[in-house]
Design a protein around this ligand. Structure first.
Ligand code: SAM
Length: 284
C-alpha cells in the first residue's frame, strides 16, 4: 500500500490516527518485504500478527504463510480489515485469516495457547511492545520465531550482550529462550506518520534446547529482576535480601563470580548457572 493510498483511505473513512495506540503505519514496500523475508515463511507456517493496522504486512503474510491470526485493538481498523480480507476470513472450517478485535496483551493472557508451531511477525505498537514480547517469550509454549518491528532502543535491549548499556532485565528474560539472529534499522520516513524515535526489526529464534527446566524459570526471573533492581549495587548484596547468605556466597565462589560484581557484568550463561545452583532439579 503506497503512502498516497494510505492517506486517501484514512481520509475517506475519516480515521484520525491515535498516537497512544502507536499508529505509525509502515508504507515502504521494501521494508515490508524485508520483514516478511526475515521470517522465512512457507505455506506450512502459522503466523501471529499483532497490530495489523491497515494490513500491509498482513497482505504479505497471507501470500507467504498458510495461516494468519491477527489481533487489532482499534475497531475502525478491524472493520476495514474485515472488508479488505473478506475472502481470507471466509470459510467456516478453515479460514486463512483469523481476526480478533482485542487488546493483544489481554488476548495472550486470557487465551494461553500453544504457540510453539507459530511465528510472530509484527510491527508492534511501541508502547506495549516489551510486555507483549515478554508475555510470549517467557511462556513454555512460546513461538518458534519472533520477527518484531519496534523502537530501536527496545531492539538494542533485546540484542544486547554483557557490558552493553542496553543489557538488562528485558535482554535476559527474552534471551533465556530466544537467540538473537539479526536486526536491521527502519528509518522514520518509512512510516506514516513518521515516529519521533528510530525503529528496527529484530529476529529471534527459540532455542532448540531450553537452558533451564520449567520449574527453574520463576527463580531465574526473580534472580534477574532482583539483581537489576538497583543497577549500580553489587548483585550479591541485592540477592541476599531474598536468598540465604551462605548459599549465595558458596554459589558465587563456585562460579568464580566476584562478590563485588554488578548484574550488568554477568552473562546469560552465568545467570543460568547461578539459578541451577540456587534451585537444583532432580536428575539435572
Ligand atoms: N502493522 C501495521 C503496519 O505495519 O502498518 C500497523 C502497525 S502500528 C505500529 C501498530 C498497530 O497496533 C496499530 O494498528 C494499532 O491500532 C495496534 N495496536 C495498538 N495497541 C494494541 C494492542 N494493545 N493490541 C492490539 N493492537 C494494538
Amino acid at each position: 500500500m503506497k503512502l498516497t493510498d494510505m492517506r486517501d483511505l484514512l481520509a475517506k473513512r475519516d480515521i484520525q490516527l491515535t498516537k497512544s495506540l502507536g499508529q505509525n503505519f509502515l508504507h515502504d514496500a521494501n521494508q515490508l518485504e524485508r520483514i516478511a523475508a526475515a521470517a522465512e515463511l512457507t505455506a506450512a507456517d502459522k503466523v501471529l500478527e499483532i497490530g495489523p493496522g491497515l494490513g500491509p504486512l498482513t497482505e504479505l503474510l497471507l501470500k507467504q504463510a498458510g495461516q494468519v491470526l491477527a489481533v487489532e485493538l482499534d475497531g475502525r481498523l478491524v472493520d476495514f480489515l474485515q472488508e479488505r480480507y473478506t475472502a481470507q476470513l471466509a470459510g467456516e472450517t478453515d479460514p486463512q485469516l483469523e481476526l480478533h478485535h482485542d487488546d493483544a496483551l489481554k488476548f495472550l493472557q486470557r487465551e494461553p495457547r500453544d504457540w510453539r508451531d507459530w511465528k510472530l511477525v509484527a510491527n508492534l505498537p511501541y508502547s506495549v511492545a516489551s510486555p507483549i514480547l515478554v508475555e510470549l517469550a517467557v511462556g513454555a509454549r512460546a513461538p518458534k520465531m519472533m520477527v518484531a518491528t519496534l523502537q530501536l532502543e527496545v531492539a538494542q535491549r533485546l540484542m544486547a550482550t554483557t557490558d552493553d548499556d542496553h543489557y538488562g532485565i528485558l535482554t535476559l528474560l527474552v534471551q533465556l529462550d530466544f537467540a538473537p539472529r539479526g536486526w536491521f534499522k527502519i528509518p522514520p520516513g518509512c512510516f506514516f506518520p513518521a515516529p519521533e524515535v528510530d525503529s528496527a526489526c529484530v529476529s529471534l529464534m527459540r532455542r532448540a534446547v531450553p537452558l533451564l527446566a520449567e520449574e527453574q524459570r520463576e527463580i531465574f526471573r526473580r534472580v534477574v529482576k532482583k539483581s537489576f533492581s538497583q543497577r549500580r549495587k553489587m548483585m550479591l548484596k541485592l540477592l541476599k535480601q531474598e536468598w540465604p547468605k551462605e548459599k549465595l556466597e558458596a554459589a558465587f565462589a563456585e562460579l568464580k563470580i566476584s562478590p563485588q560484581e554488578r548484574a550488568e557484568k554477568l552473562s546469560l550463561e552465568q545467570f543460568v548457572a547461578l539459578v541451577k545452583i540456587l534451585a537444583p532439579v532432580a536428575g539435572a
